[in-house]
Ligand binder design. Structure first.
Ligand code: H79
Length: 703
């Protein structure tokens, strides 16, 4: 019963520390893969399988909750018009709409890029006054124009009158951001419709492709990103990739690029559009239905129907919609990146300025319900949304539609707050009344903000929020028995079933930890005065099946390995080892052979590991790219596929003695790393995985 033995977890390394801003990666750094020493320094921590694929510090980003997105480039000059015609749709997609040779597009618009009204301070002040913590500005969109002086191409700022006049908008923005305490993020499109080496070409593009080389393009793309992050624009808070979908992380060499960028900018965040998971997800023009479990996210959204300025786009969203979107997003633990499309002259149009002003006015009064806030574990109310402060002592009832009786109810808060106030109308009286699992709030007479009124509810300790029962004891994989324990609820009682039925108020009430001795499906639900509150808890706690060990000591110390050169996307079946070019050897511990092919290979490592203590062993495979681990013929870790240096852990109940294991590994592109770590029953609970002592590894001689 294989599934009983598997608990997988995945983690990736934290940002590598290294040289500070100003470092310019050399060509060797670019083309070579990071050394094993670098990888060792990358050692990550084991997290849930669903945990974000990064250990970057997102604190400032989460706390800010609101940022400004800026789409500004050659297309802003055209403003959705070409040869006297209105071009419908997104302004920044103009080149793809007019389907002209990229040199015609650039030749027409570059001489006209002279935004004399561009004022970096005004942009940053507008963002700050709107309550925004960061600005993410396009440095290069799909059209391929670079908004800075780049050594990599002539399709850059220096081909415009603005650049020739000595202006440097990204530098000016960086300085203004530093002056105003706003973080600067850079948008960068990987897809490039102008670069002669980029493939695939758009279907309308008639330029010959015979001399194009994606490898050369990726080199140039890396060089561009390194220019942006080498310190010339100061400290960069976010690298916001886009247009990654036409190629894999392998082709982009995304992992190498990210590692190099993180060395130059240790605090930088990556979005999820580098063909890798990155630090956070980026739903576009869409707000998810709820939280994304264990995944930070940010919705980016236009104010009208386009990102880049289009004179004839009048699809403006009302400011009230933008404000409610922000509240909705924060109530789901998300961020809001709201777009502006400045004009070709560098100014903002009136509809944009109006919306930023309305947002700012609302934020100045109600920002405490947004900044540093997140979700509340209660059902979503019909009249608006709930957010909670970071210290969880303050809950904000944000009212979109106040019922006629001026009373709102929060299901799942079973007690009245110490204080309550209406942020935009402090004179209004607020009376609160707790009844069972619900809190009712009635507002006295007085006008309130019809868009979104915040009622701040404060407790002196934890508010009595009653939701899904929280497990605090009980192992998902246990040996003989485990003690199932729940955190005592803030109010009411937890009722539990162990027979897969939905708990009712008549099910046994949880009072003390429950001893489990067999695989059990646990369901639990909180009831206050007989009324069910929140979603039920559900989990299967599995009793492990023992894998017996062997007393026969394998003849040779260390492990044996076999290697075949070739390109693999997944670890191959054993037939692959009949290929030509096979190499074999032995080594003292699990790792990569000293000499190995440059263009990809598959590796198989065989051996036996000695378990000195019977019990649950956790094996952590750290690899770049994919790997799998079998113990006694059972797949314990499946860390297959192409990826950067990440860890994955699987558990098995191993009896005393020697256990046969096989590791399969592939190296396709980018960095190379392979490492096997473990924790044994004699390690402290929660101890980090450690290397396996070489004396515990032996193997049978190769046939
Ligand atoms: O920069 C903005 C967009 O230009 C960029 N991402 C945001 C932040 C983006 N590029 N591609 N996509 C988003 C997704 C592709 C959308 C498309 Fe279409 C739908 C391409 C073709 C159909 C939009 C509508 C563009 C052309 C028609």
């Amino acid at each position: 019963m294989l599934s009983a033995l598997l608990i997988l977890s995945l983690a990736v390394p934290p940002a590598a520390s290294g040289s500070g801003p100003g470092t310019k990666a050399t060509d060797e750094q670019r083309s070579g893969s990071a050394s094993m020493q670098d990888r060792a320094g990358d050692a990550g921590r084991v997290m849930d399988a669903s945990a974000p694929a990064s250990a970057a510090d997102l604190t400032w980003w989460r706390d800010a909750r609101l940022g400004m997105f800026v789409h500004w480039g050659l297309y802003s000059v055209a403003a959705g018009r070409w040869e006297g015609r209105d071009i419908p749709g997104w302004g920044e997609w103009l080149l793809n709409k007019i389907k002209v040779d990229p040199s015609v597009y650039a030749g027409t618009l570059m001489p006209r890029f002279d935004p004399v009204r561009f004022d970096a301070d005004a942009w940053v002040r507008a963002a700050k006054d709107a309550g925004m913590g960061s600005i993410v500005v396009t440095t290069k969109h799909h059209d391929g124009f670079l908004l800075w002086d780049s050594a990599t191409t002539d399709l850059d700022l220096m081909g415009t009158p603005f650049g020739k006049a000595g202006r440097n908008p990204l530098r000016e923005l960086a300085d203004a951001c530093a002056r105003h305490g706003v973080r600067l993020g850079l948008y960068f499109s990987l897809m490039d419709w102008s670069d002669p080496d980029y493939l695939p070409r758009r279907e309308w593009d008639t330029r010959p492709t015979d001399t194009a080389s994606m490898a050369r393009f990726v080199d140039r793309m890396h060089a561009q990103v390194r220019e942006l992050t080498d310190g010339r624009f100061g400290s960069i808070a976010i690298l916001w990739g886009d247009g990654d979908w036409e190629h894999s992380a392998t082709t982009w060499r995304a992992q190498d690029l990210m590692s190099a960028v993180r060395r130059a900018q240790p605090g930088i965040l990556f979005n999820d559009r580098w063909s890798l998971p990155g630090d956070y997800a980026t739903p576009e023009n869409r707000i998810p239905d709820g939280r994304l479990p264990n995944r930070p996210w940010e919705t980016c959204m236009t104010m009208n129907g386009t990102w880049g300025h289009v004179v004839h786009d009048h699809r403006w969203k009302p400011a009230s919609e933008l404000i409610r979107n922000l509240v909705d997003i924060v109530s789901k633990d998300g961020n809001y990146l709201l777009n502006v499309g400045p004009l070709g002259d560098g100014s903002f149009d009136a509809p944009t300025t109006d919306r930023l002003a309305a947002l700012g006015a609302w934020m100045r009064t109600n920002g405490e319900a947004i900044r540093g806030c997140g979700s509340v574990a209660c059902a979503r109310p019909s009249w608006g949304r709930l957010t909670a402060s970071a210290d969880r002592r303050r809950v904000h009832a944000v009212v979109f539609e106040l019922p006629a009786d001026r009373t709102i109810t929060i299901d799942g808060i079973a007690g009245a707050p110490a204080r309550a106030r209406v942020l935009d109308a402090p004179g209004i009286t607020v009376s609160t009344r707790a009844a069972g699992p619900s809190l009712s709030i009635t507002l006295g007479e007085g006008a309130i903000d019809p868009t979104a009124t915040v009622i701040a509810l404060e407790w002196d300790g934890e508010p009595p929020i009653v939701g899904t029962p929280e497990l605090i004891g009980g192992e998902e994989l246990f040996l003989h028995e485990t003690e199932l324990a729940f955190r005592p609820p803030a109010a009411g009682a937890i009722h539990v079933t162990l027979d897969a039925t939905l708990p009712t108020v008549d099910s046994p009430r949880y009072t003390v930890p429950i001893n489990l001795q067999r695989t059990t499906q646990v369901r639990a639900r909180t009831f206050v005065e007989g009324i069910a509150v929140g979603d039920p808890f559900e989990a299967i706690l599995r009793r492990a099946e023992w894998i017996p060990g062997s007393d026969d000591v394998p003849p040779e110390p260390g492990v044996s390995w076999e290697l075949v050169p070739g390109r693999f996307d997944r670890v191959p079946t054993d037939d692959a080892w009949r290929r030509e070019g096979r190499a074999q050897g032995t080594s003292a511990t699990v790792g990569l052979p000293g000499t190995r092919p440059a263009d990809g290979f598959a590796l198989r490592i065989d051996g036996f590991v000695f378990c000195e203590h019977a019990g649950i062993h956790a094996f952590t495979l750290e690899s770049d790219d994919g790997s799998t681990l079998e113990i006694d013929g059972q797949r314990i870790v499946d860390h297959d596929g192409l990826h950067g240096p990440t860890r994955m852990t699987g558990k098995a109940a191993l009896d005393l003695g020697w256990h046969r294991f096989t590791i399969r590994y592939i190296e396709a592109d980018g960095g190379e790393a392979l490492n096997l770590l473990w924790t044994t029953p004699k390690d402290q609970p929660g101890a980090p995985p450690r290397a396996i002592d070489a004396a515990l590894l032996r193997h049978e001689p190769a046939r």
